[in-house]
Design a protein around this ligand. Structure first.
Ligand code: IMP
Ligand code: MG
Length: 180
């Protein structure tokens, strides 16, 4: 029998995440001050990061929207990005800041960026909490990154494994080691 996959070693503590989100907020605010901005969260992974980041920026007038996308089954990217319909009106004539949990193959964020640009966004920038150190499958780069991490599957603070462990307060590496 294969051992069960579960959250293992802590990669990032609550304190580390909190401090970094505050820094990101300070860096993002001046870029958007006085502009018509749409902050677009990619659900469900960006749930906690989006809420914390919105409280770390000083952009009281920002519009907020969410898209629900899915490209993963278990720990494997399927390469399909579904759920982009309905974005088009919201992004028109706005500076869009996409907020996502993690940049991995790049497919998700490249698909969203392309769609927003095509539908009249003034410009599109990307803020991710995590970025995996691995080659992207499509060229996309984040304008703001919280932490660069090794190419391991992580859970917590919004990130899931088959829908589980999103509510963990830290970010932990998924493991099948029963001693961890
Ligand atoms: P990409 O399209 O391959 O860049 O994948 C991005 C999406 O896959 C993220 O928004 C996550 O939802 C999911 N994902 C990628 N790596 C992980 C991981 O290590 N843990 C949990 N979800 C992940
Ligand atoms: Mg996601």
């Amino acid at each position: 029998m294969t051992p069960a996959m579960k959250p293992g070693r802590i990669l990032l503590t609550q304190t580390q995440i909190r401090a970094r989100v505050r820094e990101l907020g300070r860096s993002i605010t001046p870029r958007y001050r006085g502009k018509k901005v749409l902050v677009l969260g990619v659900m469900n992974g960006a749930l906690f990061f989006l809420a914390d980041l919105l409280r770390a920026v000083e952009l009281d007038d920002a519009q907020i929207a969410c898209v629900r996308l899915a490209s993963y089954a278990g720990t494997q990217s399927t390469g399909l990005v579904r759920g982009l319909d309905g974005l088009d009106e919201e992004c028109r004539e706005r500076h869009v800041l996409i907020v996502d949990d993690i940049l991995d193959t790049g497919r998700t964020l490249s698909a969203v960026t392309e769609r927003l640009t095509k539908h009249g966004a003034l410009d599109v920038k990307i803020c991710v909490l995590l970025e995996k150190r691995r080659p992207r499958e499509v060229p996309v780069r984040a304008d703001w990154t919280g932490f660069k991490i090794a190419d391991e599957f992580v859970v917590g603070y919004g990130l899931d494994y088959n829908g589980r462990y999103r509510a963990l307060k830290q970010i932990r590496v998924l493991s099948n080691d029963p001693t961890e």
